[in-house]
Ligand binder design. Structure first.
Ligand code: ADP
Length: 152
């Protein structure tokens, strides 16, 4: 059976940190669905369509990657696309503390969906969408933090 993972996130915007996890995820999984969670309680800098377009353009050449949006529980979305894995990245203990109860709750809700964590590569550990947004806001140089599709 093909190994399929969902990489859920806000991608507001996609960064080289996300790309690192996605590219390494492609070594582990046959297919990855980049899934933008639609959270009505959250304020985003980039609109849903724009965030989706950045993902589509960045991975246009990669047939094993698809892009989706969802507004259900992540485990339910996984089942709807027949994905056995959730892929997430870890930069720090802050990420770990945030991710632990989510992964454990997902496990209780759906024992057949396994969450797999990849440790951020050291060269991108400092990158976050929120830092990119902050630099953009003050017209700083964020070119080294995002893929070319967000740069232009
Ligand atoms: P969310 O709002 O779901 O946290 P994000 O788009 O901020 O969405 O992050 C999605 C995933 O990407 C998370 O698992 C996060 O830890 C991971 N991630 C974000 N930036 C990096 C990075 N620089 N290195 C590794 N993983 C990262």
């Amino acid at each position: 059976m093909k190994k399929k993972a969902v990489f859920p996130g806000s991608f507001d915007p996609i960064t080289l940190g996300h790309c690192d996890i996605i590219e390494r995820g492609l070594q582990l999984f046959d297919e990855i669905v980049l899934a933008i969670g639609v959270n009505s309680a959250k304020q985003y800098t980039f609109g849903l369509e724009e965030r989706k377009r950045f993902l589509e353009e960045t991975f246009a050449e990669e047939s094993r990657i698809s892009i989706a949006t969802y507004n259900t529980l992540t485990v339910d979305f996984c089942k709807s696309v027949e994905a056995q894995f959730i892929l997430r990245g870890l930069r720090s203990t802050k990420d770990f503390n945030y991710e632990q109860p989510i992964a454990q709750t997902n496990r209780v809700m759906a024992g057949d969906v396994e969450t797999v964590f990849l440790m951020a590569s050291p060269e991108v550990t400092h990158i976050s969408s929120s830092i990119v947004r902050e630099i953009m806001k003050y017209n700083g140089n964020y070119q080294n933090l995002v893929p070319y599709t967000v740069r232009k």
